[in-house]
Design a protein around this ligand. Structure first.
Ligand SMILES: [Zn+2]
Length: 367
């Protein structure tokens, strides 16, 4: 089916989709196992160990049959097993990642945590850009835990809305664009807790590496999108409505836990081919397109990423429906994604996530 033929119900914003049965497809099962976690660090200086460890995992773990394995792997000295990382989908492009660390408290990393999900009329054809922002604090606390890092792909409300509360109440660091910085400052978030990035940064945290890639926002059927623009100073007053939050440029994040597969997180369905070149994630959380405005989006993306072993479509659900209910598809975007992904990357295992399941480091449901 062609997306250009379908009604563009949600394209003011770009990238949102719909429900139905939630399934997991398993065509080929590229096994990830601790035995595949080996990296060759013989030539690495201690200071760069972690950075290159992240790169080596991305290149060497044979998630896909036929994927080249660099050098002869040395025995892993890592402390982590596949079961020591868990992923929970928070809907839209939101994720909670929990990493267990040896002899230390576990770490929680969030990506685009939008849990409150208040109605704007977007999914009923009566979108009100003057809808007031609000945060359901108890609900957010329940889903988000106590993060140490929050990655923000862009500053539209369905990505940023709950971040000011989380940042203030937990002291988590937030990593995002300059616009994210100014928006958060206007909400009273401590400047020292905000990490401004542009794309290209590779940041070494305790137990994981975060690589930032410049990305692009989804486009509607008119090749534009809702609330474009950036901020280079704090707004005069803190944003009050959904239209007060501009896109503010878009990023993607690759998170590589110690000795576990790397995962790329996208928040919108377009990208910069040259900025994504070489990322080679093992797992890719790919934003589903709602229109065909971007030329060969999925084939170009999967080619650029090297056809990841695991593909996880995101941002296909009605994000104004509570997380306590099953995900509901927004239009035909998810079905179209699945058709195209099967054709373009038949060796990838596709996992259509749901809200209730905790997934392991290989994105298989945890028992
Ligand atoms: Zn957006």
């Amino acid at each position: 089916m062609t997306l250009k033929a379908r009604p563009l119900t949600c394209c003011h914003i770009g990238n949102h989709m719909d429900s139905g049965s939630i399934r997991s497809w398993t065509w080929r099962l590229p096994a990830w196992s601790p035995a595949a976690m080996h990296t060759d660090e013989r030539h690495l200086s201690p200071g760069r160990r972690t950075l290159l460890r992240g790169a080596a995992i991305g290149a060497a773990v044979p998630l896909l049959p036929g994927t080249a394995v660099a050098d002869t792997p040395a025995p892993a000295t890592g402390k982590r097993t596949a079961g020591s990382v868990s992923y929970r989908w928070l809907g839209t492009s939101g994720w909670r990642i929990d990493l267990r660390r040896q002899d230390k408290p576990s770490a929680t990393v969030l990506v685009d945590p939008y849990v409150t999900r208040f109605p704007t009329g977007l999914f009923t054809g009566a979108f009100d850009p003057g809808t007031q922002l609000r945060t359901d604090k108890a609900l957010v606390r329940g889903h988000a835990g106590t993060p140490e890092l929050i990655c923000v792909t862009h500053t539209h409300w369905d990505h940023l809305n709950d971040v000011p509360f989380l940042a203030r109440s937990t002291g988590a660091r937030v990593i995002g664009t300059e616009t994210t910085y100014h928006v958060l400052r206007s909400f009273g978030v401590d400047a020292a807790r905000i990490i401004v990035v542009k794309g290209g940064e590779v940041l070494d945290f305790d137990g994981y590496v975060v690589e930032v890639a410049s990305s692009r926002h989804s486009r509607n059927g008119s090749y534009s999108y809702f609330a474009p623009g950036t901020l280079n100073a704090p707004p005069a007053t803190a944003p009050r409505t959904v239209s007060d939050l501009p896109e503010g440029d878009t990023l993607a994040f690759k998170v590589t836990p110690d000795d576990a597969p790397s995962a790329l997180f996208m928040g919108a369905s377009d990208f910069d081919e040259r900025s994504f070149a070489g990322l080679a994630p093992d797992i890719a959380m790919v934003a589903v397109a709602s229109t065909a405005s971007t030329y060969r989006y999925l084939p170009r993306l999967l080619d650029t990423l090297g056809r990841p072993g695991v593909l996880v479509p995101v941002h296909w659900d009605d994000f104004e429906r509570p997380l306590s209910l099953p995900p509901r598809k927004d239009g035909a975007g998810l079905d179209d994604f699945l058709d195209r992904a099967r054709a373009v990357s038949p060796g990838s295992r596709i996992v259509v996530p749901d809200y209730e399941t905790a997934y392991g480091a290989d994105l298989r449901p945890r028992g």
